[in-house]
Design a protein around this ligand. Structure first.
Ligand SMILES: Cc1cc2nc3c(=O)[nH]c(=O)nc-3n(C[C@H](O)[C@H](O)[C@H](O)COP(=O)(O)OP(=O)(O)OC[C@H]3O[C@@H](n4cnc5c(N)ncnc54)[C@H](O)[C@@H]3O)c2cc1C
Ligand SMILES: NC(=O)c1ccc[n+]([C@@H]2O[C@H](COP(=O)([O-])OP(=O)(O)OC[C@H]3O[C@@H](n4cnc5c(N)ncnc54)[C@H](OP(=O)(O)O)[C@@H]3O)[C@@H](O)[C@H]2O)c1
Length: 479
């Protein structure tokens, strides 16, 4: 069986960054390293086989690149302030891999299925590799395993009653590129979901001349904020730019923020500061609302249900060539707040009683956050802190809010691996105390949701926060 010092699963942004760092750190005696990915090309989210037409970054040029490998404007044909086209990100990551010799370490079409921690401390990896005759099973071993499988690589596909009866294409947004031919000729396309993938699919459908029905479930987070530029005293402000300023980081609720500790303590730890923070986010929402024109009766239905403060990664940017909202005004995109009840041969039955004609259904229903690998022995994946999707019971909630789960897992790790120096231990316990404090203030508070009827409800969303249990996640200032 082949043996490696390090195996990295995932050739996306993070897998490549880890590979480059590990090789750099041991440049004297480079580790025997390999990068496995089930995709056909480098890039993960930005792999060539996932680049649907019109895909661009939310970020603007200069804010989505490695600091030691600049995305040069001329080389990539970019303009300052531009949202980066997906194919450019792919080319950039491929160039990055070639520049640092990572392309030679890349094994494509190799899906890791099982990772077993053996008693001798090595990992045994079972994988399936695509070859001419189908799939070929294989095994290898390694001393260290890096899981860089991403949070947007494993599609979460809902099951609908009657889906086998449905005659048209039914697929997840992940397959938008590979299934784009299937959408040609479709006149009515149902798009399930209210976040950025759904916005992209609606745009692509509606600008191709068909009609998109965006179906957003009433029980969830509602439509995401999709920010358009704000004009303030003649200056053009975009969220992409604003969020990379120091001012923004003061108001950023991230418990891992490391700079401007005193200022951040003021804004997040004092009564006056939290009021100012609240005003800051309320003003942003106000400007964004005005810039989008949510008061227009035709756009009201897209008004987000939560403040952008609570939106997390659903906070998006209007990075389209033409006005997305105009498609709604013209009726090319029709928004429904409803659940999909069932599918017929050419129809989609909604919970609001309506029945939509549908030539195709595209599910933009998000991603599984657990790595799609079976870890053995049982329980090891939780022990090493990988995320899990299980919903919490009420009693777990109480325990977790006292950091019970976090602490127990952390201490298990510390006991087992007594190889770290005292200084490192001190740093970690200090960092742990900081994290506890911050999570107490922010991470474990209930999410507030403003529903269409104007009522505010508080809902615990534990099942969607698995990374908060990561036992060795340290803020950058502790390392
Ligand atoms: C359409 C889209 C647009 C986005 N745009 C932005 C943006 O503009 N700005 C931004 O900040 N973020 C954006 N994101 C989020 C994006 O996921 C991250 O920015 C980043 O690309 C994630 O990199 P990653 O390496 O963590 O994961 P990924 O890029 O998802 O890479 C993970 C890799 O692991 C591989 N893999 C998974 N499981 C296995 C397995 N069992 N065996 C082998 N290989 C496996 C996958 O094939 C994939 O190649 C976007 C996401 C999507 C889906
Ligand atoms: N650069 C770009 O232009 C771009 C493009 C696409 C994606 N992205 C990024 O990629 C990340 C993921 O975005 P995403 O839109 O793919 O996924 P996502 O943010 O997880 O959104 C999934 C959507 O599907 C809904 N949903 C989930 N399960 C459902 C079900 N069973 N029935 C009905 N609706 C369901 C969710 O509703 P609830 O709110 O109710 O859970 C949510 O609206 C984000 O960070 C996004 O910014 C960027």
């Amino acid at each position: 069986m082949e043996h490696f010092d390090i195996v990295i699963v995932g050739a996306g942004l993070h897998g490549l960054a880890v590979a480059r760092t590990l090789i750099d750190a041991r440049s004297g005696s480079p580790p025997k390293l390999i990068i496995l990915d089930e995709g056909r090309s480098i890039g993960g989210t930005w792999a060539a086989e996932r680049l649907y037409s019109g895909l661009k970054t939310n970020n603007v040029v200069g804010s989505y690149e490695f600091s030691d490998f600049p995305m040069e404007l001329e080389r990539y044909g970019l303009e300052p302030g531009q949202h980066i086209p997906g194919f450019v990100v792919h080319r950039y990551l491929t160039d990055f891999a070639a520049h640092f010799g990572l392309d030679r370490l890349f094994r494509q079409r190799t899906r890791v299925e099982v990772a077993t921690l053996r008693e001798d401390g090595a990992w045994e990896i079972e994988y399936k590799r695509g070859c001419e005759n189908g799939l070929e099973a294989g095994r290898l071993t390694c001393d260290k395993l890096v899981v860089a499988t991403g949070l947007t690589s494993e599609a979460r596909m809902p099951t609908f009653s009657g889906s086998t009866k449905f005659l048209g294409p039914l697929f997840h947004a992940k397959d938008l590129y590979s299934r784009s031919e299937d959408l040609k000729g479709c006149q009515e396309v149902v798009v399930v979901g209210g976040n950025k993938s759904a916005w992209d699919v609606c745009y692509s459908v509606a600008t191709a001349g068909a009609r998109a029905h965006m179906v957003i479930r009433p029980s969830g987070g509602g439509p995401s904020w999709v920010w358009r530029p704000i004009y303030l005293l003649g200056a053009r402000l975009t969220l992409a730019r604003l969020s990379s300023t120091r001012l923004f980081s003061w108001f950023d609720p991230s418990p891992f923020g490391c700079n401007f500790a005193t200022i951040r303590r003021f804004f997040h730890g004092t009564i006056l500061g939290t009021w100012l923070t609240w005003i800051f986010w309320a003003l942003l929402d106000l400007f964004a609302t005005a810039a989008t024109g949510y008061n227009d009766p035709r756009l009201k239905i897209l008004r987000p249900w939560t403040s952008s403060f609570w939106m997390g990664n659903s906070l998006s940017i209007h990075n389209y060539e033409t006005d997305w909202f105009e498609l709604v005004r013209k009726g090319r995109v029709v928004v429904h707040h409803a659940d999909v009840l069932s599918l017929g041969e050419t129809t989609v039955q909604l919970s609001d009683g309506s029945s939509l004609e549908a030539d195709a259904v595209v599910c933009c229903t998000g991603w599984k956050c657990t790595p799609p690998i079976s870890f053995k022995p049982d329980g090891i994946s939780e022990e090493i802190g990988l995320p899990r999707e299980a919903a919490f019971r009420q009693q777990d909630l109480v325990q977790a809010s006292k950091y019970g789960l976090y602490q127990v897992q952390y201490e298990k790790m510390s006991d087992k691996r007594d190889i770290r120096g005292q200084r490192e231990k001190d740093t970690r316990s200090w960092a742990r105390a900081q994290i506890k404090k911050k999570y107490a203030q922010l991470g474990f508070s209930p999410r507030k949701t403003l529903h269409r009827d104007g009522k505010t409800q508080s809902a615990w969303r534990w099942d969607l926060r698995p990374y908060s249990l990561h036992p060795l996640a340290l803020p950058s200032y502790a390392t």
